[in-house]
Every structure is written in C-alpha cells, then in structure tokens.
Design a protein around this ligand. Structure first.
Ligand SMILES: *Cc1c(COP(=O)(O)O)cnc(C)c1O
Length: 376
C-alpha cells in the first residue's frame, strides 16, 4: 500500500531528543525551541516567531492578541478550510463570515471580500491552501482601508512565498502548523509569526499563562507574576528537537517535495489536456512548497469511484474539508456571505494524492499510470 502520508523524520532527531532527556530539559522554551524560533525568524524575516503547541493554538493566540474582537464581531474567511481557522474566533464569540473561493487555487476569492465587510468586521483570515498564496496585495489593501487585522492561516505555507515575501509574514500574524501531515513536523505543534515588534510582549505573556515568565527567563526581571489573561501554548522542547532536525535540512525536504509535485504534474498533464481531470494552478508571483498534490475529478461520484479504484490498486488517496458553512457548528456559529458558487462544488471534486518526504518518483509514476488506466 502506498500511504497517503508518512510523517517527516530527519536522522538527527533521536540525538537531539536524547540530549533533551539527558540534560533534563524537557519543558517548554528550551534550547531547541529557541533554535526553531530563530531558524524561522531568519528564514522568513518575521520580527518574531513563537513556537506553539499547534497551529490551532497559534491562531487562538492571535485571536487573543486582538482585544477588539468580541461577541458578535465578524471575521471573514473561506469555508473551504480546516475547522481551526474558525474555532479560534468562535471561541471569542465572533461570527465567521464565509466568502466563496476561487476555483483555480481553492483560496478565498479576494474580489468578494470587500462586499462582505460590515461595521462589525474585525479581521480577515486568508488560508493559503496547498501552500499557494492568496492574493495578499488585494487583501492587505482592503484590510488597510477598513482597519481590519489580517491573520494568515499559513498552516500549509512554510517555505512558500508571495511576491518574494514568506507566507505568514505579510499579515499582522501568521500561523504555521507542524502537525504530522505537514511538510515539517513535531507530531503536534505550530508557530505564531508576529510582524510588529510591539505585539511581541503581549504574545509572550498570553502564551505563558498570562505571566511575564519569558522576561524573567531572559533575566530582565527578578521574579515573574500574573499580569494578564493567558493560556499555555508552549510545546515541550523534545518536540522542538524533533522538528529542528528537519529544519536543518529544510531545503532538501522542500526540493524533494517539489520534485514529487512536478513529476505528478508532468505525468498527469496529458489527462488534463484530454479534459479528464483538472490540475492545480500556481499563479504568477507565488512560489509554493509542494505541500499537496491534488487533482479534480468531474464530480463527487467520479471521485468516489476513483478513491475506490486507487485503493484496489494499493494507493491511499483522500479528500478533505467538508465546507464549514455546511457543518453543524458552521450552521450554528457562522454564515456564508453571497453565493456558494465554487466552495461546495469544487470541494466535492478534489482528490489528494500521496505526498510525503520519502515518496519515490517510481511510486509517483505508478500512481499516475493507475490514474491513466482508470480514465481509459
Ligand atoms: C493543519 C491545518 C490547521 C491546523 O493545524 P494544527 O497544527 O493541527 O492545529 C489549520 N489550518 C489549516 C489550513 C491546516 O491545514
């Protein structure tokens, strides 16, 4: 069976974890957490990176950093996304306002955002699907004119850029995921990227249970105390150690994924040209990270048959994201603005093919041949 995903692993991980254990430094904000934060700051150019326990928690932390968001306020986002994008704001009593996606990238349609803005809108949350950037110039322009915060859900977007800028560094806050299904992983984990130095202190306080312990650790104060609301969003340094081993070989992992992506694309181009399937689109100005390879079948019926056929041939392919506005919690907490032209229709056609660091090009060829047989 060709798995859909295999969690990324870099050889040095076990040495680094052993070091944490032997040094009896396994709690949060140890040496490896620092190394990961610094690596991300250097790589992306963000003012500050804080490793978190998940991307869900990074988004929650970002929502808590926007005290102006409260009950009944509105946050604009796509419905074609993972639940965390909405949860972080629903927890604050805000209403997710879902805007349709564009069918080429599956990202929020930037041209539909402005008409969804009301007096209660407080933020926009673009999701960079498959590590391919949303149209950030338009989004930042709307945000500036309406005084809205922008929180980038860049869970899938580490190593990707938009017009030369790293995803996660363009909005006020950016959120990465290091879940085991992502390009780089620590099992469960994430990171909050902070664009403005002025937000760093508040973020450190919320992440450390509402205390100024981060300052204390840096020797800037003699004792720490409870000074604001907060929670606990620090991962164990053992998890950071596992991640850091991959960050050290980040380019190698990225290149391997792009090779797989390109191989899929070349192999499947004839099927696309014959009008049997559609392939992903990467707009000009966007550099992606090979996070995902998907194709679009004609409709949900064909996709279901395709998944079964691939399974019979030893290939595990999956779909995801039942659009949030059609889920029970989405119906309860959110609303869709405008017409759902593409969100539901395109989500029902999309099929994700196996993609992970270590997948061999020979396996990609076999998957593509199998797809070819299905369509013959
Ligand atoms: C994976 C993912 C998340 C959640 O990440 P966690 O680290 O599991 O919390 C959020 N949004 C998107 C778009 C994702 O792909």
């Amino acid at each position: 069976m060709i798995n859909f995903n295999v969690p990324p692993y870099a050889e040095k991980a076990m040495d680094y974890i052993r070091e944490c254990v032997e040094n009896q430094k396994i709690c949060g904000d140890g040496a490896y957490t620092k190394k990961c934060n610094e690596w991300i700051e250097e790589k992306t150019g963000t003012a500050k990176c804080l490793l978190t326990t998940s991307c869900t928690h990074a988004t929650e932390l970002a929502a808590l950093l926007l005290p102006e968001i409260g009950h009944g306020d509105e946050v604009i986002m796509p419905a074609y996304t993972f639940v965390s994008t909405a949860d972080a704001f629903v927890l604050r009593g805000a209403v997710p306002v879902f805007v349709d996606i564009r069918p080429d990238t599956m990202n929020i349609d930037d041209r539909l955002i402005e008409e969804a803005v009301t007096e209660r809108t407080k933020a926009i949350v673009p999701v960079h699907y498959a590590g391919v950037a949303c149209e950030m110039d338009t989004i930042m322009d709307i945000a500036d004119r309406h005084h809205l915060a922008v929180i980038e859900d860049a869970a899938q977007g580490i190593m990707s850029t938009y017009k030369g800028k790293a995803l996660g560094t363009i909005g006020d806050f950016g959120c990465f995921s290091f879940h085991e299904t992502k390009n780089y992983s620590m099992g469960e984990g994430g990171a909050l990227l902070i664009r403005d130095e002025r937000d760093v202190e508040a973020a450190e306080i919320i992440r450390e249970k509402g205390t100024n312990r981060s300052k204390y650790y840096r020797g800037q104060i003699d004792k720490y105390t409870w000074i604001d609301y907060g929670s606990s969003y620090l991962p164990s340094d053992m998890n950071a150690a596992y991640l850091y081993a991959q960050l050290e070989i980040a380019e190698e992992i990225n290149d391997a994924r792009l090779n797989i992506w390109n191989r899929y694309y070349e192999n499947l181009a004839p099927l696309a040209e014959a009008g049997k399937i559609e392939l992903p689109v990467v707009p000009e100005g966007c550099v992606h990270n090979g996070h995902m390879f998907y194709l679009k079948a004609r409709d949900i019926k064909e996709r279901t048959a395709l998944i079964a056929y691939l399974k019979d041939n030893g290939i595990h392919a999956v779909f995801h994201y039942v659009p949030l506005h059609t889920a029970p919690a989405g119906l309860k907490f959110g609303r869709f603005h405008g017409e759902d032209r593409y969100t539901t229709r395109e989500s029902e056609r999309l099929l994700r093919l196996p993609m992970y660091y270590g997948l061999e090009l020979g396996q990609v060829d076999y998957i593509c041949e199998t797809l070819g047989k299905f369509y013959r």
